[in-house]
Design a protein around this ligand. Structure first.
Ligand SMILES: NC(=O)c1ccc[n+]([C@@H]2O[C@H](COP(=O)([O-])OP(=O)(O)OC[C@H]3O[C@@H](n4cnc5c(N)ncnc54)[C@H](O)[C@@H]3O)[C@@H](O)[C@H]2O)c1
Length: 350
């Protein structure tokens, strides 16, 4: 895309993340045009090409190789991310790939390498760090308001992807290890590890994780073959210890909270849904910030991920969330599975 004001976009996958975020946010961006779509389900493809008045492609290759398309959103199941992204980068497109970046670290390394070789943007859909509340929290932390950070606790818990996916049933690909590889840890933990990395400006050095499948079953009554819960103890490179808990079996209100404990006070981010950020200071005072409500599966607000992707293309600069962010987050998730299978602390290998 050289010196053009309108970025023509192709989207692969017309499921929920496209329907709630990518497509409406591209449609809302004055510098973007949804040029074409591909989905493995022809009926869903037809529905959304009609809705967005754009072209439908019969194969992902034909969309990726269309010279009219400048940029691609990869919004299909996890096992397709690396393949479509590498194909698109090699075809000269800038790519916004959904999280998790890939199924394994060799693939994410290859994605970063091809992005560098082709000079094309690789951005990963860790949209939570663009939320005004997380950005404001980062500013407050960096200002030293709660002092030296001692520990951190982060949760992401909802009722599970069978209540979200375009295929709203227990046959969703999210429950199929061959297509998802990871369960709640890859789905929700990848958001939270990215946020932890962002807020602390640090990398995870070691983890001690437990994964389990407690409640989700296939239609035949057997347990799904990915984890529906995970609990992770971790230590940052700086030494800060923390705990992260992700769950697909929270049948109450969605929990996307992070609590950071400093030597001058405590910062609660989305600790409740009344206040976005609350500082509880060591002297007993409280400071509350109203910044912007958290998105939940049932309350979608503009994520800003598309505006940032399009701006980075037009301004010819790296996006705020890079392939490296996706890779380092995936490395932490992979380490969690190594730890869970060995039953001990393991180092994160980047
Ligand atoms: N950033 C976020 O907050 C967030 C939230 C949800 C999902 N996601 C990610 O987005 C991706 C898609 O998730 P979703 O929730 O939209 O899933 P979904 O089940 O709602 O939709 C998936 C879509 O992909 C299509 N599809 C299946 N196989 C395909 C293939 N080989 N090629 C092209 N299309 C194919 C399906 O027909 C379906 O329309 C996943 O990687 C998921 O992790 C990100």
């Amino acid at each position: 895309m050289d010196n053009k004001k309108t970025v023509k976009v192709g989207i692969i996958g017309c499921g929920m993340i496209t329907q709630t975020r990518h497509a409406p946010e591209y449609a809302d961006n004055p510098n973007a045009e949804i040029y074409g779509l591909y989905d493995a389900d022809p009926e869903r493809l037809n529905k959304f090409t009609a809705l967005y008045d754009c072209r439908g492609y019969s194969t992902p290759e034909s969309l990726i190789n269309d010279p009219n398309i400048d940029a691609i959103s990869v919004c299909s199941p996890n096992y397709t991310h690396a393949k479509y992204t590498i194909m698109a980068l090699k075809a000269g497109k800038d790519v916004l790939c959904e999280k998790p970046i890939a199924l394994d670290l060799n693939d994410s390394r290859e994605m970063m390498k091809v992005s560098e070789e082709t000079g094309r943007i690789l951005m990963i859909g860790h949209n939570q760090r663009l939320l005004p509340t997380h950005r404001r929290s980062k500013e407050i932390l960096d200002s030293g308001a709660i002092g030296r950070i001692l520990t951190l606790q982060s949760n992401f818990k909802h009722s599970g992807p069978e209540n979200w996916s375009a295929n709203r049933s227990n046959t969703t690909w999210f429950f199929d290890k061959s297509r998802a590889k990871f369960g709640a840890l890859g789905d929700l933990g990848s958001h939270k590890f990215d946020i932890i990395r962002y807020l602390l400006g640090d990398e995870v050095a070691k983890v001690n994780a437990t994964t389990m499948t407690l409640d989700k079953r296939y239609p035949d009554g057997s347990f799904i073959d990915v984890e529906d819960n995970a609990m992770v103890l971790f230590r940052m490179a700086s030494g800060i210890p923390g705990i992260m808990n992700v769950s697909w079996t929270n049948y109450g209100e969605e929990d996307n909270s992070t609590i950071i404990y400093g030597d001058k006070g405590v910062m609660k981010i989305f600790g409740d849904y009344t206040d976005d950020i609350v500082l509880e200071m060591r002297d007993g005072s409280t400071v509350k910030y109203a910044v912007g409500k958290i998105q939940t599966n049932t309350r979608q607000t503009k994520s800003g991920i598309i505006d940032e992707f399009i701006a980075s293309i037009i301004e010819k600069r790296p996006p705020l969330i890079t392939g490296r962010d996706g890779h380092n987050t995936l490395a932490t998730i992979v380490a969690c599975f190594n730890s869970a299978s060995k039953g001990k602390w393991v180092d994160v290998e980047y």
